[in-house]
Design a protein around this ligand. Structure first.
Ligand SMILES: Cc1cc2nc3c(=O)[nH]c(=O)nc-3n(C[C@H](O)[C@H](O)[C@H](O)COP(=O)(O)OP(=O)(O)OC[C@H]3O[C@@H](n4cnc5c(N)ncnc54)[C@H](O)[C@@H]3O)c2cc1C
Length: 400
């Protein structure tokens, strides 16, 4: 009798869902024959479409519109365990969940626990700031606040590194500009964008594209501004460079942190990001253990497209290992983040490990592509649109 092979996936977000979907679809026969099991761990019973946080914060979309119950998202054959993982012992190959003393063993492991705001890093930020990176409900507080603004100074931008979705702070500046322009009070509202980078966007090609938009729309930008402290009483931010900036409203993107159980583990770096091979995503010192998505230490964007393509690579290699077929699939480093520039236009941040970020002018066509992606997002995590992903990404889909 064949011993059942146990696959454990931690995190039911963008990376964890697509990996579980691919495995469950392609290994359905093995699952039916009890040769393979797939278990997905996450305390959350509901997932959110994170790119939608911008729409909630700056266009007033109802938060409930971007939420979906996890049990509607997992494919048949995936066992959900609604518990938080608090320990992963890779040497002895077991997982412990919060409040349990049971060791749950695995043969294959995929960690996709994402990244979340870390307010501890910047004194005063938590009290002073509203962000659109925590969850849908918190994002809606921004819309409540801007709805009451008649005049004043809004400071947005990058509060610290790393964070997810690199274009999102720039998008917040453009969307605020659109909001107040449509309201007819743009001349009464000052919008200031701050960034620790030496230019408006970290990649030069995108900076060249968006700098003129900042100028044309009178959005001020302050580069090389590393937020050090915030004084909520005086409504002031001070940078490491010694600059002090006044604000009336503060919507900074906070620096992000990894899941608690990863900090201090021997397979993570000093900040808790999991050390992986940037092409096959295996955790560098272990076999059949992988990490994907925002939680890895790969120095590329923390974005959903990467999590998705990485999940496909890891899923394909696990299937190859179980079946004794090809297991040499590799991630190309492909990124594709949309950047809305306001008034129904968008650009994309597109690059790979081998190709620098392209220069793509904002257009309505790009905006429509972004909207199509929103429509198919949830089904794509169930693996329904792989033909489209393959067609769209071509040789960047994966290397074989
Ligand atoms: C405002 C905003 C705009 C964005 N726009 C885009 C965009 O246009 N394009 C794009 O590609 N990406 C975008 N993103 C980024 C994208 O949403 C993330 O990069 C993507 O969700 C990462 O997937 P992941 O699987 O790594 O993490 P997540 O999707 O965040 O999932 C992580 C999961 O792990 C779970 N978890 C954490 N710790 C534990 C634990 N201890 N035990 C069990 N489970 C745990 C969490 O509960 C969560 O469900 C945006 C993000 C934001 C905030």
């Amino acid at each position: 009798m064949i011993r059942m092979k146990k696959i454990a996936i931690i995190g039911s977000g963008a990376g964890g869902l697509i990996t579980s979907s691919k495995l469950a679809k392609e290994l359905s026969k093995e699952i039916k024959n009890e040769e393979v099991s797939i278990t997905l761990y996450d305390k959350k019973t509901e997932q959110e479409f994170q790119p939608g946080y911008l729409e909630v914060a700056f266009r007033g979309t109802d938060p409930s519109k971007i939420k979906k119950r996890v049990n509607k998202l997992v494919n048949p054959g995936v066992n959900m365990v609604y518990e938080n993982v608090e320990k992963v012992d890779l040497a002895n190959r077991y997982i412990r969940t919060e409040g349990s003393d049971k060791n749950r063993d695995f043969d294959y492991l995929v960690i996709s626990t994402g990244a979340s705001p870390d307010y501890e890093q910047i004194p005063g930020l938590k009290e002073a700031n509203r962000d659109f990176h925590t969850n849908a409900d918190k994002s809606s507080l921004i819309y409540n606040e801007i709805s009451n603004i008649k005049s004043g100074k809004i400071v947005v931008g990058i509060g610290g590194l790393p964070y997810k979705c690199p274009p999102s702070p720039n998008e917040s500046a453009f969307m605020l500009d659109e909001y107040f322009t449509r309201k007819g009070i743009r001349d009464k509202v000052e919008i200031v964008y701050v960034t620790p980078f030496t230019r408006i966007y970290s990649a030069e090609s995108i900076s060249e594209v968006i700098e003129p938009i900042y100028k044309n729309r009178s959005i001020e930008s302050i580069t090389t501004f590393n937020t050090d402290t915030v004084d909520p009483e005086k409504k002031e931010i001070t940078s490491l460079e010694g600059e002090t900036l006044k604000y009336d409203h503060l919507f900074l993107t906070p620096p992000h942190k990894t899941a608690g159980f990863l900090k201090g583990s021997e397979y993570s770096d000093e900040d808790g990001w999991v050390k992986v091979d940037k092409k096959d995503l295996h955790i560098t010192t272990y076999d059949n253990a992988f990490a994907i998505g925002d939680t890895t230490n790969i120095p590329i964007s923390k974005a959903g497209v990467e999590a998705h393509l990485e999940g496909i690579v890891v899923g394909s290699n696990i299937i190859g290992d179980i079946r004794g077929t090809d297991k040499n699939y590799k991630f190309t480093g492909r990124t594709q983040c949309s950047m809305e520039t306001g008034f129904h236009k968008a650009t994309f941040v597109v690059g790979t490990y081998d190709r620098p970020v392209e220069k793509i002018e904002p257009s309505r066509m790009n905006y429509m592509e972004k909207k199509v992606m929103e429509e198919i997002y949830w089904s794509s995590l169930r693996g329904h649109y792989e033909w489209l992903f393959k067609y769209h990404f071509k040789e960047d889909y994966f290397l074989d």
